[in-house]
Design a protein around this ligand. Structure first.
Ligand code: AMP
Length: 192
């Protein structure tokens, strides 16, 4: 399987690029944010619990997201591979992911980390908030908290994969297609 983690702060373009990569390489898109928002729209217990954290821009507890990922991987064990978008966000999640993938005799192929300045992130998120209806994209202090949470809790996940020799930085500013070309160049190198 080709299992790619699209890594980067909120607003770095993970969702946009994941959709394009899924189409090009016939992969399954796994976005924990989308899975959680779907739980919220179904008003499930899990969704209602997660919403409290998401509305503030804080991380949902590890056991909640890890359980969701375990189910999603079990459902897609025959796929060509996965694009993980917004997961893992903590080292505990990264360890759990390694174990779940090993259970399915597969592993992470590469981690592609989109690099975008804080100013640009804030700008993009506020713009998205105007049309997405996402409460966590509309309030400047919640956006600032999400970027902070990324720096304090998630950035270390990059070092986790760097130690495994699987971490690649990719410039995430510019035209969508230009960024896509940078990502696919890295993926082709890993596949070769
Ligand atoms: P996203 O759509 O990836 O920006 O995620 C939106 C929100 O969902 C985040 O701010 C978190 O509250 C929650 N969330 C998504 N993925 C995770 C994760 N892997 N771990 C913890 N919380 C998450």
């Amino acid at each position: 399987m080709l299992n790619i983690i699209l890594f980067g702060p909120p607003g770095s373009g993970k969702g946009t690029q994941a959709a394009k990569l899924v189409e090009k390489y016939d992969l399954v898109h796994v976005s924990t944010g989308d899975l959680l928002r779907s739980e919220i729209s179904q008003k499930s217990d899990l969704g209602m619990e997660a919403k409290k954290y998401m509305d503030q821009g804080n991380l949902v507890p590890d056991e909640v997201v890890i359980g969701m990922i375990d189910n999603k991987l079990a459902d897609n064990r025959d796929s060509k591979g996965l694009i993980l978008d917004g997961f893992p966000r903590t080292v505990a999640q990264a360890n759990a992911l390694n174990m779940v993938l090993a259970k399915h005799t597969t592993s992470i192929s590469t981690v592609l980390a989109l690099q975008v300045s804080d100013e640009e992130l804030k700008d993009r998120l506020l713009k998205r908030g105007a049309t997405s209806g996402r409460a966590d994209d509309q309030d400047e202090s919640i956006i600032a908290n999400r970027i902070n949470v990324y720096k304090e809790q998630t950035a270390v996940v990059g070092q986790f994969y760097a130690k495994e020799g699987k971490f690649q930085e990719v410039a995430g500013e510019g035209e969508i297609n230009e960024i896509f070309a940078r990502l696919t160049a890295q993926i082709e190198a890993v596949m070769a």
